[in-house]
Design a protein around this ligand. Structure first.
Ligand code: GAR
Length: 192
C-alpha cells in the first residue's frame, strides 16, 4: 500500500474525500499524515477523528520556508511518505520538498487553469462573469498553480448562481474528481 500525506490549510472537505476513498479501498493508499500550516484549521480535528498523525506548524516560528520544509520532509520520511496531495494548502512548495518528491506532489485548484490562479479562484471567476469555470488537478512546480495539468472538469455558471452555489458545485466536483485522479495515478504506478 502506498503511503501518502495530505497538506491542507482550511476546512478539509477534500482531505475528507481522499481519506474516505482510501478507507473504502477506492484508492490504493494509506493517508498517514496531515501537514497543516494553521493551528486553528478545521481540518486538524478531522484528522484527529480519523487517528491520522498531524504535523501542525506556524511558519513564523521557523527561520524561513527552507527550515519548515526541512521539518516537513523529516515528518514525511519518518513515515515513509511517497506521495503528497495538496488539498487547499495555501503555500508555494519550495525546493526542499520539490526535489525529493519530484512528480509526486499534486494539487487541486478551483478553476480551469491557467485561468484564475492564486487565491479566491471561485470569486475571481464569478466577478469576471465567465460562463464556464471548473476544477484542475496538476503536478506542482515552483510557480503559483503553474505545473503540468493532469485532469480538468468544466462547470457552467448559470444566471441563477451566486458565489456560494458556485462554490458548492465546484466542491462537489472536487470531491469526486480528486480521488479518481489519485486512483489512476497510483494504479499506474503500481503497474510499472
Ligand atoms: C478547495 O476548493 C481547493 O480547490 C482550494 O481550496 C479549497 C480547499 O477546500 N485550493 C486552492 O485554492 C489552491 N490554490 P477544503 O479545505 O474544503 O478542501
Amino acid at each position: 500500500m502506498i503511503k501518502a500525506a495530505v497538506f491542507a490549510s482550511g476546512t478539509g472537505s477534500n482531505f475528507d474525500a481522499i481519506v474516505k476513498a482510501s478507507e473504502a479501498g477506492g484508492i490504493p493508499c494509506d493517508i498517514q499524515l496531515l501537514v497543516c500550516d494553521r493551528k486553528d484549521a478545521v481540518v486538524i480535528t478531522k484528522a484527529e477523528q480519523k487517528n491520522i498523525d498531524t504535523f501542525v506548524f506556524s511558519p513564523k516560528e521557523f527561520d524561513g520556508k527552507d527550515a519548515y520544509e526541512r521539518q516537513i520532509l523529516l515528518e514525511c520520511r519518518e513515515r515513509g511518505i511517497e506521495w503528497v496531495f495538496l488539498a487547499g494548502y495555501m503555500r508555494l512548495i519550495g525546493p526542499v520538498l520539490l526535489e525529493p518528491f519530484k512528480n509526486r506532489i499534486i494539487n487541486i485548484h478551483p478553476s480551469l487553469l491557467p485561468a484564475f490562479p492564486g487565491k479566491d479562484a471561485i470569486g475571481q471567476a464569478f466577478e469576471k462573469q465567465v460562463k464556464v469555470t471548473g476544477v484542475t488537478i496538476h503536478y506542482i512546480d515552483d510557480g503559483m498553480d503553474t505545473g503540468p495539468i493532469i485532469e480538468q472538469e468544466a462547470i457552467r455558471i448559470t444566471a441563477k448562481d451566486t458565489k456560494e452555489t458556485l462554490q458548492q458545485k465546484i466542491q462537489a466536483v472536487e470531491h469526486s474528481l480528486y480521488p479518481k485522479v489519485i486512483q489512476s495515478l497510483l494504479v499506474e504506478e503500481e503497474v510499472h
